[in-house]
Write a protein that binds this ligand. Structure first.
Ligand code: B12
Length: 184
């Protein structure tokens, strides 16, 4: 583990010197109703497990200084109970010296169309997007990543995560900081 951490620091260090702030935006998408309207509640009663877990795993990476003194900022949005300020996030991504990653987290099948639509808005602004959760993991593991909807994500430059991320999150983040992310 120590070796892995040292290699992450070494591999990313030249890149880290050029970055003032690394912003990680974690979004739990909501879903559309049968008429295509976005469902959003006035108040949320059950915070999303996935959003909390991803937030905790990211805080742990900050606490362990996996990326040295890099200023890492985490922002979470649960779209079931709050509006996701897409335009504002796009503006954050344009700040000089800042690197921003958008993550669609805990995406279930009923939330997948919404997650894709929101991802497209970020991709149109040149922002890197990663999508994970039961839908991508289940589809890839039960069928394969040759499924048309997963292939469509690849074509649109939306990176896909299959499976659990514990123990691997920092490797994905290092890949993002170092160069283009792998599609899967
Ligand atoms: C607990 C749970 C609930 C709880 C949620 C509590 C909460 N506040 O979060 C409750 C009871 C509310 C619930 C409700 C529903 N659920 Co539910 N639920 C589960 C259950 C048992 C565990 C989910 C969980 O919390 N896992 C822990 C988190 C941390 O894991 P995770 O989401 O998989 O995320 C990991 C990875 O996927 C990955 N990951 C995820 N996203 C991302 C993003 C990035 C960028 C990265 C890098 C990694 C990554 O990293 C995470 C950590 O390893 C699963 C079954 C299961 N065993 O998975 C069903 C399950 C997810 N639920 C399901 C369903 C259908 C629903 C409902 C739609 C039911 C309904 N008809 O209302 C609702 C939807 C609610 C909503 N708005 O999301 C289905 C989804 C099926 C599908 N095809 O998508 C599942 C799979 C059950 C099943 N087998 O049918 N559920």
């Amino acid at each position: 583990m120590l070796h892995a951490l040292t290699s992450i620091r070494e591999a990313t260090s030249p890149m880290l010197q050029q970055i003032d702030k690394f912003q990680i935006v974690l979004i739990k998408p909501s879903k559309y109703d049968d008429d295509g309207y976005l469902i959003r509640f006035w108040k949320g009663v059950l915070p999303s497990n996935t959003l909390n877990v991803l937030h905790g795993l990211t805080e742990d990476i900050i606490d362990r200084r996996v990326f040295g003194k890099l200023n890492i900022e985490i922002t979470t949005f649960d779209e079931t109970a709050e509006k996701v300020p897409v335009d504002k996030i796009i503006r954050w991504s344009k700040q000089p010296g800042s690197k921003l990653l958008v993550c669609m987290v805990g995406v279930q099948t009923n939330q997948f169309p919404r997650a894709v639509d929101m991802s497209r808005q970020f991709r149109a602004a040149g922002i890197t997007v990663i999508m994970g959760g039961f839908h991508t993991s289940g589809t890839i593991n039960m069928l394969s990543d040759q499924e048309p909807e997963i292939q469509a994500l690849y074509r649109e430059g939306i990176c896909v995560v299959s499976g659990e991320v514990e123990g691997r999150w920092e490797i994905i983040l290092a890949d993002f900081l170092h160069g283009p992310l792998k599609p899967l």
